[in-house]
Each structure stands twice: as C-alpha cells, then as structure tokens.
Design a protein around this ligand. Structure first.
Ligand code: FDA
Length: 310
C-alpha cells in the first residue's frame, strides 16, 4: 500500500509541467544513470561496454503516446535506423518497442498503424537474425497488444518476436496460459503503471507471489522465460526452482534495467546465467526517468541530491 502511495505521489508530481521543465533543464546528467544517451551511437556503445561483462543487451528507443500517425511512422523509421546501425556495427539487434509509439489504436488504410509499423520493424530485425519484444503498457492496451502479438508471431515466428506480461494484473495468469499454444518467449515483469485496484493487486506481496507463479508456470510449460526483475529474493527463488526442476541455464534469462543493480547483473553473468540489460536511449527520456524514480525512494534521493548540487 505504501509502495502504491509513493508511486502515485511521484507520478502525479512528475506529471506537472513545471516539474517536467525543471527536470528536463537540469536533469540530463542524472538521467544518464538510467538512459544510455540520446543517439543510437551512444546506445550501441553501451551494448559493447556491457558485452565486456558478459551481459547481453536490449535496445529501447524512448517515446510514448506519440500523437500523429506521421510521428508514429517516423518513430518506427527511427527504430529501423537503429536496427541498421546495430547490424552495421556487428550486433545482432534485440530491441523492445511500445506499440503505442508506433501507432497502436490509429487506423490508417483500414489497418491498425501499430501493427503495420511493428511488421516493418520485425521484418527488418528478422533479416538481421534479431528479436523484437513488444513491451506491455497500461491495462486498456493489453487485449490489443496480445492479439497483435499473436498475429505477428504467426507471421514472423517466435524466434523473432515476443511480448511481456505484468504480474500485478489479476488477468495475467489466464493470459499466460492462453498463449501456451505458441510456446512464446515472454518477459515477466511486475508492472510499472499506476493501475486501479479493479484490475491490479494493490499489495506488493500479491504482485510478488503472482510473479513467481507466472515464471514457474512458464518454465513448466517448457517455454523460454525472461525473468525481468531486480528483486533478489525472486531471482534466488527462480535459480532454486530451475535447479530443482532441471531447467537449464539456457532456457531462461534474467533481465534488468540499464544502470540498476549493475553488481547483481555482473554477478549473475559471472555465475553462468544469461543476463540482458534493457538499454533505453533517445531524447524523450522524461516519462521513463519518472517511472524509475517512482519505483524506489532511493532513486528519488539520488535525483534530489543531484539537483541540490546544481
Ligand atoms: P521491485 O520494485 O519489487 O524491486 C525489487 C528491488 O529491486 C527493490 O527492493 C529495489 O532494491 C530494487 N529496485 C527496483 N527498481 C529499482 C530502481 N528503479 N532503482 C533501483 N533499485 C530498484 N514494466 C511494464 O509495465 N511493462 C514492460 O514492458 C516492462 N519492461 C521491463 C523490462 C525490463 C528488462 C525490466 C527489468 C523491467 C520492465 N518493466 C516493465 C518494469 C517493471 O514492471 C517494474 O516496474 C520494475 O522492474 C521494478 O520492479 P522489480 O521487479 O525490480 O521489483
């Protein structure tokens, strides 16, 4: 409950224009802790740096709730430019996209623009042997995202497209089971949006318990699981579960956000686990940055200290 109140307070304050302007003006230095840079080149450099520690990468061009269809298509073009740049640099691209950024919910030429643009992105990623994960956004988008995932999976195959499920939503365990026929590559997260009690568990303990159930069920079904969390107790339990049930280390991976628990990322990689860092980059870093602050007061203190230093 306290977690929920803290998150709500931070996201409400962060949503105010005056706060946003102040943080945008003075906050880039602090945002760099969580965001690799503003250009594809800075993100690609971060991929190479992580590789030295045996950590894989997931590139994420920032941008949410982009308004016009032209902007959405431009955004998709920018993702494709990034795929080209990564490939040219010898990297097999692994990227995440938010369907809202590429036009989900906007109909152009009789088809959902998000689906059209996602197709273009996945087609290019597939040419390079790469992978595209469809991030999960706020709850009104879940049905459409899962339906579009199913379509894209049938067109490009599970080697090239995956999606995300959020353990805080009551519906998610049913959603996971309903996807089993695809043997999908799924990322399991707790969920980052401010959701009402009508759709999401308000208590952290319930979110955490559902998280474990989801990971175990997905492993048990023989599917590849991306265990995306910084929660050490869950990470430990997943390691134990995998050992006890003979799930090999290449049947799952741990995923964490760039700049968060770098020690844990390195230690897991050194212990032979697959580890991937989610590397956000781009000019539209403010909403992403606000959500990271809303996750833990420790991050808010980090920002406040930075701002006081001027
Ligand atoms: P929890 O919040 O319980 O934190 C566990 C511990 O980790 C805390 O005690 C703290 O010490 C540490 N920690 C967590 N967050 C931290 C932070 N920001 N800074 C410092 N320490 C922190 N969400 C979503 O809705 N849709 C999506 O598509 C994705 N995608 C995604 C990809 C990847 C790779 C990750 C890691 C996360 C996401 N998320 C997401 C975000 C996710 O839903 C969730 O908000 C965060 O991962 C934080 O939750 P934890 O699982 O880390 O646990």
């Amino acid at each position: 409950m306290i977690d929920q109140m803290y998150r709500k307070a931070v996201l409400t304050v962060a949503g105010q224009k005056t706060i946003e302007n102040a943080v945008r003006a003075r906050g880039w230095g602090m945002a760099q802790r969580f965001v690799a840079g503003e250009t594809p080149q800075t993100a690609i450099q971060a991929v190479h740096d992580l590789k030295k520690d045996g950590i894989m990468a997931n590139l994420d061009l920032l941008g949410e709730f982009i308004e016009s269809p032209a902007q959405c298509t431009q955004f998709a073009d920018n993702v494709i430019t990034m795929l080209d740049a990564a490939h040219a640099d010898g990297i097999t691209p692994y990227v995440s996209i938010k369907l809202s950024s590429v036009g989900q919910g906007k109909t152009v030429d009789g088809e959902d623009l998000g689906l059209t643009n996602a197709r273009r992105i996945i087609r290019r990623a597939k040419e390079y042997g790469g992978f595209v994960c469809l991030d999960m956004e706020d709850h009104p988008r879940v049905d459409q995202t899962l339906a579009q995932f199913r379509t894209l999976h049938s067109e490009f195959g599970g080697q090239h497209v995956g999606t995300v499920l959020q353990s805080y939503l009551y519906r998610t365990e049913k959603d996971r089971a309903s996807l089993d026929d695809l043997n999908p590559n799924l990322r399991i997260v707790k969920g980052a949006y401010l959701e009402p009690e009508t759709v999401a568990y308000p208590q952290k303990a319930d979110v955490d318990a559902a998280y474990r159930r989801l990971v175990y069920a997905h492993m048990q079904a023989g599917n590849y699981v991306n265990v995306a969390t910084h929660d050490e107790s869950i990470i430990h339990d997943v390691q134990m579960y995998a050992l006890a049930h003979g799930v090999s280390k290449d049947a799952f991976e741990f995923q964490m956000l760039y700049g968060i628990r770098r020690d844990l990322q390195r230690n897991l990689a050194a212990a032979g686990y697959r580890v991937r860092a989610y590397i956000p980059y781009g000019r539209d870093w403010y909403p992403y940055f606000s959500r990271r602050i809303a996750e833990t007061p420790r991050n808010a203190m980090f920002v406040l200290r930075g701002m006081l230093k001027g």
